[in-house]
Design a protein around this ligand. Structure first.
Ligand code: URP
Ligand code: ZN
Ligand code: ZN
Length: 467
């Protein structure tokens, strides 16, 4: 239990308001908000003059210590959550992916055994469905009652044994909707993808295109077609569908069209799809940028920014799945062997502030909606998380909008020895991060305790609250 604190004189920013005020924190909760409040004797005063004070970022798409592509993603629950705290996040949601022949809840228990006691900020889990059968169907309600209302299905990853075909997706949408749950879908068109990968997976093509073959084998229509198909299944089942890591303008168009028809469909995108273009694969370390789905074109970035403003994209999330240069080197010139994934939790908030708010692509309140309030609402964490309100958890970022930082992996907490955003210039960086009232990071350095974070049980049906 931490003592009473007052964050004084900052500009408080929520999804709907921006105002000067003081926040009183008692233990883990926000107890009062007012202006020019007089601290009691013994209250710790945090001077926030000149700073923005907003709810901690919530990254709803993270893979820490994930066994994947023949290796394990390198930020584990301890270091990954330290990095997240340094970057202004106070909650993240990872995945418990079912193994063939096993229950979803076995995966949940295994993941919790890895994370509990190690995590430095709060976390939750999505289920990952890879083995659809009657037992899995019955488990959906159990998992939702336990506090896991969202389940990822993969339309690809056949070789990993993770793939859900259209029938499974259809069944999953029907069953989750019965209990207010949601299917999150990794939408890529498996057969076209296979065909294109085979086309580029020849010694000549790989010599010619090197890592760029990864981009060539995953053009926009690989994602767009799968999103359109998944939305159709959500429409006819009346299911609840969430498109993860959306990377294409065509995907945003499809979500918009689906929503206009009344389909329950939402989407997230990430900094890599907003700020990078597929020319990165032509760089010397181009293979390091391989992630899945692929980083696309300038026009896709522009359309996704538009979607963030207009509403067809509701959430910014990172899909963090960190691999070091040593792990990425496993490719040895073969683009099908690159471990897919990028680091992200530590840079999402400052990147989205600089390149979103700073470049006037989104307003300050929309920024808070996208990185905190909407993730909390849609994923069943609100109002404990995702806002600055009396009674909410004191998950708070005191953010310095003037601080200039040039991004370098060397200064970050992640154990990744490269960054996709190396050299990006930032204006605005987290000054302090509080997790349930406890200071966990200051000036990009972790100052909290290992094991402070808790598993958070989430509620179904959160989209009713969404902005
Ligand atoms: O390439 C990625 N994104 N790796 C993580 C797994 C996934 O599909 O989200
Ligand atoms: Zn995915
Ligand atoms: Zn992912």
């Amino acid at each position: 239990m931490t003592g009473t604190k007052i964050i004084k004189g900052g500009t408080i920013v929520t999804a709907s308001d921006t105002y000067k005020g003081d926040i009183v924190i008692e233990g883990e909760k926000i107890r009062a908000i007012g202006s020019k409040l007089k601290p009691y004797k013994g209250t710790e005063v945090i001077d926030a003059r000149g700073k923005l004070v907003f709810p901690g970022g919530i990254d709803v798409h993270v893979h820490l210590q994930l066994p994947f592509c023949g290796t394990v993603s390198s930020d584990d629950f301890e270091n990954g959550t330290k990095a997240a705290a340094c970057g202004g996040l106070t909650t993240l949601i990872d995945f418990a992916i079912q193994s063939k022949g096993k229950r979803i809840m076995e995966a949940v228990e295994a993941r919790r055994a890895e994370a509990d006691g190690k995590v430095c900020i709060d976390y939750s889990l999505h289920g990952g469905i890879t083995d659809w059968n009657d037992r899995t169907r019955r488990e959906i309600k159990k998992a939702i009652d336990y506090g896991i209302p969202s389940f990822k299905m993969f339309m690809i990853y056949k070789d990993e044994g993770w793939m859900a075909d259209d029938g499974i997706l259809f069944n999953g949408l029907e069953e989750t909707a019965r209990f207010g749950g949601m299917i999150m879908v990794h939408a890529e068109s498996v057969f076209i993808l296979e065909l294109l990968i085979n086309r580029y997976h020849t010694p000549e093509m790989m010599k010619k295109y090197r890592a760029y073959a990864h981009a060539l084998s995953r053009p926009y229509y690989v994602e767009e077609e799968a999103i359109i198909r998944a939305i159709k299944w959500a429409e006819v089942t009346n299911g609840n569908l969430y498109i993860v890591h959306m990377s294409t303008g065509g995907g945003a168009d499809a979500v918009k069209a689906g929503r206009e028809k009344g389909v329950n469909v939402w989407s997230e995108t990430g900094p890599q799809y907003l700020l990078l273009e597929d020319s990165v694969f032509k760089k010397k370390n181009g293979h390091c940028y391989a992630t899945c789905p692929q980083i696309k074109k300038k026009g896709d970035c522009a359309r996704l920014w538009k979607g963030l403003r207009a509403g067809e994209v509701s959430i910014i999330a990172t899909d963090t799945c960190t691999f070091t240069t040593k792990q990425k080197a496993m490719w040895k010139g073969d683009f099908t062997k690159i471990p897919f994934g990028l680091p992200g939790v530590e840079t999402m908030v400052p990147l989205m502030y600089t390149y979103g708010v700073g470049k006037k692509r989104i307003s300050l309140n929309r920024f808070v909606q996208l990185v905190s309030t909407n993730p909390a609402k849609l994923h069943g964490l609100y109002p404990e998380k995702g806002t600055i309100a009396v009674g909410s958890d004191a998950d708070i970022v005191v953010f310095d909008p003037k601080k200039k930082v040039t991004l370098s992996h060397k200064k970050l907490q992640t154990n990744c020895d490269w960054s996709p955003f190396e050299g990006f210039r930032l204006q605005g960086y987290p000054h302090m991060t509080f997790s349930r009232g406890k200071l966990v990071a200051r000036e990009g350095k972790f100052v909290g305790d290992v094991g402070h974070g808790r598993f958070v049980r989430r509620k179904p049906g959160g989209w009713k609250l969404l902005i």
